[in-house]
Design a protein around this ligand. Structure first.
Ligand code: 13P
Length: 250
């Protein structure tokens, strides 16, 4: 019912030229995969080139961030209408943006509303730190992040969003959460919070990804959990084996 969605978050890797070379290498294989939405989120400078290289494919392009304002004195930022000619998706509230660039729940909420107003599909990131995890605060913290991010949205808007549950302790560490653990947090806490806010029917429509040390060897296990609808992939999205990863997400 929910089409799986695998997105590669390249973070700050690859120049514009390297990005185009890499997507040319993987595009045929990725495009051949049926029944999975594949998305590439390169650094902003590489977005137009990647968009052109993927134009004859069904592979989506996403931005890693954007501002919520339409324009103005926001040095270094991109407005929604600057990315919409190229992007169908935008990652919002990634834990690295929250940790290193001061992003708040309130700002993420504004960005989600702006993205939806511009016809973009937000991929909203939530997830707890190791300290919060060890203190048993995962449910309350992640539930709070979801509720703050989705505040003021209609059920219809919420259903259009993708959510990525990425426990911070599993990002880039090779220490992935087990599929059972990730699936239960996604089902009970993330989907559960959407159900509390918008009702069960809406919650069943929202696609929720797991993120954190996902690779071609462990993706099938995550996908076998009924509540996990895909993955937000960092390091493993920078290698040609990303094609196998997407193939195994069916
Ligand atoms: P890794 O897959 O490298 O752990 O990164 C996960 C992530 O943060 C994707 O947004």
């Amino acid at each position: 019912m929910r089409t799986p969605i695998i997105a590669g978050n390249w973070k700050m890797n690859m120049t514009a030229a390297q990005a185009v070379e890499f997507v040319r290498e993987i595009r045929r294989g990725l495009n051949n995969v049926q029944g999975v939405d594949a998305v590439i989120c390169p650094p902003a400078i590489a977005i137009p080139g990647v968009f052109d290289a993927l134009s004859a494919t069904k592979i989506g392009v996403g931005a890693q961030n954007m501002h919520y304002e339409e324009k103005g004195a926001f040095t270094g930022e991109l407005a929604p209408n600057m990315i919409t000619p190229f992007c169908k998706y935008v990652i919002l509230g990634h834990s690295e943006r929250r940790a290193y660039f001061g992003e708040t729940d309130e700002g993420v909420n504004k960005k989600i509303k702006a993205a939806l107003a511009h016809g973009l599909t937000p991929m909203v990131c939530v997830g707890e730190s190791l300290e919060q995890n060890e203190a048993g605060e995962t449910q309350s913290f992640v539930g709070g992040q979801v509720k703050a991010a989705f505040a003021g949205l209609t059920a219809e808007q919420a259903a259009q969003c993708v959510i990525a549950y990425e426990p911070i302790w599993a990002i880039g560490t090779g220490k992935s959460a087990s599929a059972a653990l990730a699936g239960s947090i996604i089902g009970l806490t993330v989907r559960g919070s959407i159900a509390d806010m918008f009702g069960e029917a809406t919650a069943q429509k929202v696609r929720i990804q797991y993120g954190g040390s996902v690779n071609e060897d462990n993706i099938a296990e995550y996908m076998s959990h009924p509540d996990i609808d895909g993955a937000l992939v960092g390091g493993a999205a920078l290698k040609p084996s990303f094609v196998q990863l997407v193939e195994r997400a069916k």
